[in-house]
Design a protein around this ligand. Structure first.
Ligand code: SAM
Length: 327
């Protein structure tokens, strides 16, 4: 499927940014009526970015994506704002370097809309979907790094089992890893259909009634491993928060619990005091540096999910910097 299909064809028409008006409302106080800078760390097809640039005529946007195809599409979509956008091919854990190279030390807003884009999911040949046969690739940046097939065909069994258990929360991780090892002795796994067939055999039929499709968790685990998703987020989030000015805001949309847990912990740590609990007063410089803007994680409404089923798993969290970064 070519890029143009996503701009003008049905796939492009289907792409709706998740929680668009909520994201805009949360960022509004940090961006409105000033020459603000926003980092969109997961530019994707530029849906959120287009709306924010249109709403804030003085806004400069720094858009990152590790996927060159996404950057090309977003670049065309945002062409009307070309004089106030910087689109950068980068993994978001390089956020501090990207800002440094642009001569920007602090920013007013940050948006993370994590995971894969509809462009990536819909591109059959990239192998993200277990429902369509393709090479076992799953790289968000197809120009670099190991593929899902490399992981399956080269990892020692205990390491493969750990990936499936930790990143897929897969109960049958050991069983699946052993089945993969037996299979690859005969011939390497190459196609998603081969893996799906193996999973149907390895995952007990009885567990399907509660656990959903037997390939769902394994595909999630492989995607997280191939793209180093959690490692990148653990580095990127603190760097992004450190870059916010006082009054600056961050919004994060996570689609699976492992990512949401990282976001929840990082924001909670920064929104709580570092003074010892038994002290009656706040030690200077030890007060909370962020204020949470969401109570727990916000979920999509029924109405949004019926318009855009990909919003169903979203967990949205947001915070505002209220004090300078702790020394
Ligand atoms: C859900 S989409 C973003 C959609 C976007 N908000 C929109 O409205 O079009 C996520 C994007 O983030 C990118 N991405 C995911 N992890 C990344 C990482 N670690 N570094 C840079 N980009 C990443 C993916 O390539 C994908 O294009």
């Amino acid at each position: 499927m070519g890029q143009h299909d996503h701009e003008s064809g049905p796939a492009g028409a289907r792409h709706v940014p998740v929680a668009l008006s909520r994201v805009a409302d949360l960022l509004q106080p940090a961006l409105a009526d000033r020459p603000a800078v926003l980092v969109d760390a997961t530019l994707g097809l530029g849906g959120h970015a287009a709306s924010l640039l249109a709403a804030h005529p003085q806004l400069t946007l720094v858009g990152l994506d590790r996927d060159q195809d996404a950057l090309a599409i977003a670049g065309r979509r945002l062409a009307a704002h070309a004089d106030r956008i910087h689109l950068v091919h980068a993994v978001y854990d390089g956020i501090a370097d990207v800002l440094g190279e642009l001569g920007l030390s602090r920013v007013d807003g940050v948006l993370f809309d994590l995971g894969v884009s509809s462009l990536q999911l819909d591109a059959e040949e990239r192998g993200f979907s277990y429902s369509r046969d393709a090479d076992l690739d799953m790289r968000m940046d197809p120009s670099t790094g190991p593929t899902a097939a490399d992981v399956l065909n080269t990892y020692p069994v205990p390491q493969l089992a750990r990936v499936l258990r930790e990143y897929g929360e897969e109960r049958f991780a050991g069983r699946i890893a052993s089945a993969v090892a037996r299979r690859r002795e005969k011939a390497p796994l190459r196609r998603s259909s081969e893996l799906v067939e193996l999973l149907y055999e390895a995952v007990p039929a009885a567990s399907r009634r509660t656990g959903g499709h037997p390939a769902k968790r394994t595909f999630q685990a492989l995607r997280i491993e191939v793209n180093g998703e959690l490692t990148a987020l653990r580095t990127a989030l603190p760097a992004a928060l450190d870059a916010l000015v006082v009054g600056g805001r961050i919004v994060v949309l996570a689609y699976q619990s492992l990512e949401d847990r990282i976001v929840k912990r990082e924001l909670a740590a920064r929104a709580s005091s570092r003074s010892p609990v038994d002290l009656p007063v706040e030690l200077p410089g030890h007060g909370a540096e962020m204020r949470l803007l969401t109570r727990g994680a916000e979920q999509a409404t029924e109405e949004e999910i019926s318009d855009n089923p990909r919003a169903a798993p979203v967990r949205l969290r947001a915070a505002e910097r209220i004090r300078e970064v702790a020394a």
